[in-house]
Design a protein around this ligand. Sequence first.
Ligand code: MTE
Ligand code: MO
Length: 376
Amino acid sequence: MGPGSGIGGTLRDALDRLEPPPRAVDWSLFVFVAAEVLTGLVSFTVGVPEGWPVFWLHRALGLGIVALLAWKLARVRRRLTDPTLWQRSTALSVLTLVAALGALSTGVVWVFGLDVRLSYWTLLSVHVGFGLVLLPLVAAHAATRFRLPRRVDFERRRTAVRYTVLLVAGAATYRLQQGVNDLLDTAGADRRFTGSQPREGDGNGAFPVTSWVADNPDPIDREGYRLRVEGLVSAPVELTTDELGAGHETEALLDCTSGWYTVQEWGGIRVGDLLDAAGGPETASGDEEATDREPAYVRFTSVTGYRWSLPLDEAEDALLATRVGGVRLSHGHGAPARLVAPDRRGFQWVKWVTRVEVRAEYDLGQWFVTLVSGFD
Ligand SMILES: Nc1nc2c(c(=O)[nH]1)N[C@H]1C(S)=C(S)[C@@H](COP(=O)(O)O)O[C@H]1N2
Ligand SMILES: [Mo]
C-alpha cells in the first residue's frame, strides 16, 4: 500500500505532517516524560472528580509519547539494529527504550482492565515503577547527546498547532478506548476517573490489606489499647477501645493509588465527637508576644509512626472507624481504629491510629514519613 492510500496511509500522512524537527522530538520526549512523572504523582493526591483534568492530561501526554517515540525510532532505528553503529551510550539508549515501553505498555494494558500481578504488585504499581526509573534514564540519555534546542526547531505557530493536535489526538484516543471497553464489557469499563478498578463485597474480606510501603505492625491488644486525643484541645484524654464505640455509620469509598477502590459501610466515632470528648479545639494563648496558635489541622498518627493531617473542618466530619461492613475491623485493615477520610486517597486513611492531635501548623513531614514508615 503506497503513501496516502487507505486508512493506514492517511494516518501516515497526518503523522508525517505533524512530525517536529528531530531535535524538537528529542526535547519533547524529555519534557513529556517529566510532565508524565509530575501529573502521575499529583494524580495520587486527587480523590475528587473535579480533579479529572490531571488524569486526562496524564493520558493524553502518554499517547503523545507514543507518537514522539514512533518518530524518534523511525529516525534512529539503524543505530540500534546495526552493530557497527553501536557506541558506549547505546546500552543506555536501549535501557531507556525498555523503560519507556514498559511504562507505556503497562499503562495501556491497565486501561483495558487487565491486572496481572507481579507478586503483590498491581500492574499499576509496576507502571509507576517504570515511570520513576524512566525519568533519570531519559535525563542521562539526553545528557549523552546534549544539543541545545534551536529557535527554528520551535517556530512558534507551528509548534503550538502541533502540540495541541498531539494532545487532542491523545485525549480522543483515550475517549475511543472507553467506548471499546464498554462495548466489550471488559474489567476496564468499571474504572473510576482515577483509573482504579472496583473490589466488590462487604467487610474485611472484600478488599485487599494494603500498606503503602513497609508498615506492618504486630496486632494491637484491644484491652491495652489507648487512643490519646491531645494538642490544641481544652482537656486532653485517653480513650479505651470500648469508649470509641460505634455510634456513627457512614458509607465511604476507599481508593488506593495501587489501582483499586471499594465502597464500604464504616462504623465508629465522628472525629468532631472525639474532639468534644477532649473539651473541643482550643486556641493556645502564648506569652506576652501574643503567639496565639489557632487550631487548624488534626493529625492522625499510627502506632507505627505513619501519619496524616486533615484541615480541622474536614477532620471533624471524618470518621475514626472501628468497624467495617457491620463487623469489627480486622488487624490488617487497621484495628482497633483507622481513619476514614472520604474524598481522600487511600494512603491518607491512617490505620492503627493511637494519637489524634489538634495542631496549628501544616505537617510537611507527613509526605516523607508515609514513604519510609516501617523501614527500621
Ligand atoms: N499506618 C498505616 N496506615 C495506612 C497505610 C500504611 O502503610 N500504614 N497504608 C495506606 C494505604 S496506601 C491504603 S490504600 C489504605 C489501605 O487500607 P486497607 O489496608 O484497609 O485496604 O491504608 C492506608 N493506611
Ligand atoms: Mo494505597
